[in-house]
Design a binder for this molecule. Sequence first.
Ligand code: URA
Length: 287
Amino acid sequence: MMSAGPAPRVNPLQRLWLREIGIEKTWLRQDASSGSGKVSATRPANTQPAAAATPPQAVPAAPATRMPRPAIPGLAAAAGAAAAGAAAAAPREADPDRAARVSHADLETLRGMVSGCEACGLCRGRRQAVFGMGALAPRWMVVGEAPGEQEDRQGLPFVGRSGQLLDAMLAAVGMNRQDDVFIANVIKCRPPGNRNPTPEEIAACRPYLMRQIELLKPERILVLGRFAAQTLLDTDATIGSLRGRVHILRAGGRDIPLVVSYHPAYLLRSPSEKARSWQDLRLAARL
Ligand code: URA
């Protein structure tokens, strides 16, 4: 069980960011001093070291609409697992040798493997693979879908309009991509014309993401969009059913709290969903 902790505060800068993402009325108190730039969040509940392995469990928390304080894990793993563990249509890794190399790589070796990867056909159309960027001891890991055109050009994740919105969302909870967060995608190479990744492409790329998570040891993971959520949680459940509660991803012998939310590209098309996305951010920040 978690204690409620001090109520978070929001400073004037964060208020501006919140307005930017369509949130006029926050659930946070105004910060008396505008200096800190951080919204305080309670620390995650202690997680027990786990044996190893990777298969995810979903653990339901209170619905995100109950903003003040969700009840989190510990309880009822089975109910959530039914949602998250049910499906998993994606094929598994086809090259065991590569999987073994990935599972022993350090971060720089992994970066090199990703930039030279030819495990699926996406390598033929890419300018460069996009490994990810951010803090090397991140509070959060943010996981998106795949690079778009700008990301493919620059070799960095979320640098287009979606990225601007993501930065605004992170700023609203007092974080930025250099100091607090590592941003990565499920798929490291741009699918032609930004089409949806195929199950084979996802299966080929998934080991890289799992190794990134193991090495970076984020305190929690924010997963943006359907593909990333379904990949990490090994499910074909809808995003509507996955968001609004806390899942647990087991990676590198640790149980990592994971929150699913809408992809920023979807929020740009459907601004009315920004309020729900703010609820998800608050849920992740409050863990
Ligand atoms: N969308 C994503 O999912 N990832 C990016 O890096 C950019 C856009």
